[in-house]
Design a protein around this ligand. Structure first.
Ligand code: COA
Length: 426
């Protein structure tokens, strides 16, 4: 079966997490992704957080499946010629260098557009145009600058970053959408264009409901926040809301059986209005169905803390999975707190290809997250990440059509190999 992006070739100049997330998705959709890495070292994450000496880290392998790797020194004169040829042979260049790096390499937008007017140049940067556009940015910087940290955590504690990599992987996802959209427009116009996704913008987009709440504050307290029920006044900015639900249906995380020893024996419980009566029956409070203090959503708002404490007395008698079974039987939405161990072992995620076991020549078998986006006509098989420079020769010959003589010259120029390190004195 063919793949959605068959025939699309990506010049992948990405590193670390945000850019590689994007190009990995495109590779799963069928694009031929050629990752360009610096000779010798390659993507810095190959060596970061290593669990096995001298073997590509899980950080790298889990972000670079289905790609080809070539080494190329973009500052070497011959290397620049190879890069020019690659620009002419590819549809999209994706990069997430620090601001100005591509220009310093001599491959700014004007030059690329001149070499290949159809090329789409897609970039992740930390900030968009403005006072911080020159800054280098990593995940947690983006979470803080994009509004996520100020609205995450408990009201009486410091701002918190979240474990989901919304700055890096979130922005990579946004960028992938921008790229396929630009490819679609190119079908009509024949022209490439620039695609920019700033990490601050990507995080703010994901924290959109908190900007909603910022504006609602002008018109009164945020009644669905538990702070309202506790009679604590609101300030002038959207506060941290603990485990309050971000929507109109109040929710909270409550304990389940075993919480004293198991840090994940909890469940998210949503008191959705249409199933309120079923909740009352389940938790042994049938009188709440008609009690005016509990019968309607507005009446419940000032009493949410007490309501969730009461629900917790019930959930504490069962495991999170038993609570889930009992609640789902009545269409009551609940979310068990699943640990990474539980997710890794969950058979249904293996069946759907969301959790995949991959074999790597250096590390053997490891688990990764497969493509979370499923297309019925474009299967996303997961192939191991490339070794550094594994496909240099193949790309030079088969994509760029270089002869033996050309390849020998390129090798001799030092464009694809790192200089030998001087041997240490005995
Ligand atoms: N050949 C030659 N030089 C290469 C090369 C290659 N194949 N690949 C990279 N380089 C060089 C660059 O030219 C640059 O050199 P210069 O500064 O002399 O021009 C150098 O490597 C470093 O690139 P840079 O992007 O500045 O890396 P860094 O490790 O210093 O910074 C980030 C890392 C992530 C902070 C930075 O790239 C960044 O802010 N990126 C945008 C935001 C982003 O994506 N952040 C999230 C990352 S998950």
């Amino acid at each position: 079966m063919g793949k959605a992006l068959d025939g699309v070739r990506i010049l992948d100049f990405t590193h670390v997490q945000s850019g590689p997330t994007c190009t990995q998705l495109l590779a799963w959709f069928g694009a031929d992704v050629i990752k360009v890495e610096r000779p010798g070292e390659g993507d810095i994450t190959r060596g970061q957080l290593r669990d096995i000496p001298d073997v590509d880290s899980l950080y790298f392998t889990m972000l670079n499946h289905n790609k080809r790797s070539i080494t190329l020194d973009a500052k070497n004169a011959r290397g620049k010629k190879v890069l020019e040829a690659l620009v002419k042979h590819c549809d999209v260049l994706v990069e997430n260098f620090a601001p100005g790096v591509l220009d310093r390499m001599g491959f700014g937008w004007e030059r690329i557009h001149q070499l290949n007017p159809r090329m789409i140049v897609a970039s992740v940067k930390g900030f968009g145009p403005g006072p911080y556009e020159e800054c280098k940015v990593y995940e947690n910087v983006a979470q803080c600058a994009g509004g996520s940290a100020s609205t995450t955590g408990f009201r009486d504690g410091p701002p918190l970053v979240t474990g989901a990599q919304i700055g890096d992987s979130g922005t990579g996802l946004h960028l992938a959408l921008g790229i396929v959209t630009a490819l679609y427009q190119r079908v009509r116009t024949g022209r490439g264009q620039k695609v920019l996704c700033a990490m601050q913008d990507g995080v703010l987009n994901l924290a959109r409901v908190k900007l909603r709440d910022q504006q609602r504050l002008k018109h009164g307290p945020l009644t669905e926040y538990s702070q309202y029920g506790e009679n604590i006044p609101f300030g002038d900015a959207t506060p941290r809301a603990g485990n309050d639900s971000g929507g109109g249906q109040p929710g909270w995380i409550v304990k389940c059986k075993g919480w004293e020893t198991d840090p994940n024996a909890y469940i998210y419980f949503i008191t959705q209005a249409p199933v309120w009566e079923a909740i009352c029956d389940l938790i042994g409070k049938p009188e709440w169905k008609t009690d005016p203090d509990y019968a309607t959503p507005p009446a419940r708002l000032p009493r949410l803390r007490y309501i969730f404490d009461t629900i917790e007395e019930w959930t504490k008698t069962m495991s999170k999975f038993e609570v889930m079974d009992k609640c789902n039987a009545h269409d009551i939405p609940v979310g068990p707190i699943l640990s990474m161990r539980e997710l890794a072992e969950e058979p249904s995620l293996r069946t759907t290809g969301t959790v995949v076991e991959v074999d790597h020549p250096g590390r053997g078998k490891y688990l990764t997250v497969g493509n979370p986006v499923k297309l019925s006509d474009s299967p996303a098989d997961v192939r191991r990440s490339p070794l550094l420079g594994e496909h240099t020769d193949e790309v030079l010959r088969k994509v760029l059509g270089y002869s033996d003589k050309d390849v020998a010259e390129i090798k001799a120029s030092g464009a694809i190999t790192a200089p030998e390190k001087p041997a240490k004195a005995a």
